[in-house]
Design a protein around this ligand. Structure first.
Ligand code: IPM
Ligand code: MN
Length: 355
């Protein structure tokens, strides 16, 4: 098949990790007889520096002309002045909103090869395999706000409507049906009106999915359960902000934030694929970044936007094989242990792909 992929490397380690994922996609294309073309565009802080806009119209157009977007990361200290009027993160939020990518899928699993690296007891990590479905275009990220305030106060508003919650709930229930048929919906219904609406909407959608077991978990308790009984979760459904926070927490289960991919989808096959980690300016340009999250995001791109399930699995398996063979980037070794560079790690994955 032929596909066009927009590549938005972004800031910090973004360019280092997207180039590795592109190398993997090129390898897959060669092995499976597909033809992928990659169109690079500017996004984030670098786009602010070059064109004064974190997601310039040219970038949006490049994305519109593509089947999917592969993104690195945006942001960095250079652009984090709290009084700045343009921020790298705004561009990313605008792209998510522009393409109505309301469902953010974040799979989290523990890798046996890394179980001894994670700070949790290995027995707690056994069988950890969950999927976060994070609502991505609503909630407090997009609610009414006073951006600068009057200098003395500022506010953001958590606002959800029944249709907004329902559509992402459908995605979560359908995902659960294809997995272990369990859904945990995360909310704060004991305190927030928006979260009582959330719970009511999810219960309503549940009527269409009676084969899925639904539990409602308060977000604070959920934060604890992720550490005390992570293997009990199958699909977790959360609003924009709770999903953001809990998925970073859950990355501890996978061994590192550098391991977690994500897919942001709307109602069609078009999607945005990005690692859940940030631009990590502290390690940028040192070859220390773990490309796994972006490589696994490319696997999700193959699966969800291009419908290439076998190729997606091939990439996921190659990452596992690389880890099993002992390949480790800096973030997944203990202090003092040796590690290989970003590109060396990718070479190991490419080797596993051809084998
Ligand atoms: C993420 C990131 C973004 C978010 C930032 C960079 C806007 O943390 O994708 O998880 O909060 O959604
Ligand atoms: Mn985040």
């Amino acid at each position: 098949m032929k596909a066009t992929i927009a590549v938005l490397p972004g800031d910090g380690i973004g360019p280092e990790v997207t180039s590795q994922a592109v190398a993997v996609l090129e390898k897959v294309a060669g092995l499976s007889g597909h033809s992928f073309s990659f169109n690079e565009a500017m996004m984030g802080g670098i786009a602010i520096d070059m064109m004064g806009d974190s997601a310039p119209p040219e970038t949006i157009r490049t994305c519109e002309q593509s089947d999917a977007i592969l993104l690195g990361a945006v942001g960095g200290p250079k652009w984090s002045d709290p009084t700045a009027s343009v921020r790298p993160e705004q561009g990313l939020l605008r792209v998510r909103k522009h393409f109505d990518l309301f469902a953010n899928l974040r799979p989290v699993k523990s890798y046996p090869a890394l179980a001894h690296h994670a700070p949790l007891r290995p027995d707690l990590l056994e069988g950890v395999d969950m999927l976060f479905v994070r609502e991505l275009t609503g909630g407090i990220y997009f609610g009414p706000r006073q951006e600068q305030g009057d200098g003395d106060s500022a506010y953001d508003t958590e606002l959800y409507s029944v249709p907004e919650v329902s559509r992402v709930a459908h995605v979560a229930f359908r995902a659960a049906q294809g997995r272990r048929k369990k859904l945990a919906s995360v909310d704060k219904a004991n305190v927030m009106a928006s979260m009582r609406l959330w719970r009511r909407s999810v219960m309503q959608v549940h009527e269409d999915y009676q084969d899925v077991e639904l539990e409602h978990v308060l977000v604070d308790a959920c934060a604890m359960y992720l550490m005390t009984r992570p293997a009990s979760f199958d699909v977790l459904l959360a609003g924009n902000m709770f999903g953001d926070i809990l998925s970073d927490e859950a990355s501890v289960l996978a061994g590192s934030l550098g391991m977690l991919p994500s897919a942001s989808l709307g109602s069609g096959t078009f999607g945005l694929y990005e690692p859940i980690h940030g631009s990590a300016p502290d390690i940028a340009g040192q070859g220390k970044a773990n490309p796994t999250a972006t490589i696994l995001s490319a696997a999700l791109l193959l699966r969800y936007s291009l419908g290439l399930e076998a190729e997606a699995r091939m990439v996921e398996r190659a990452v596992e094989v690389a880890l099993e063979s002992g390949a480790r980037t800096a973030d997944i070794v203990r202090r003092g242990e040796s590690y290989i560079s970003t590109t060396e790690f990718t070479q190991t994955v490419l080797g596993a792909l051809s084998a």
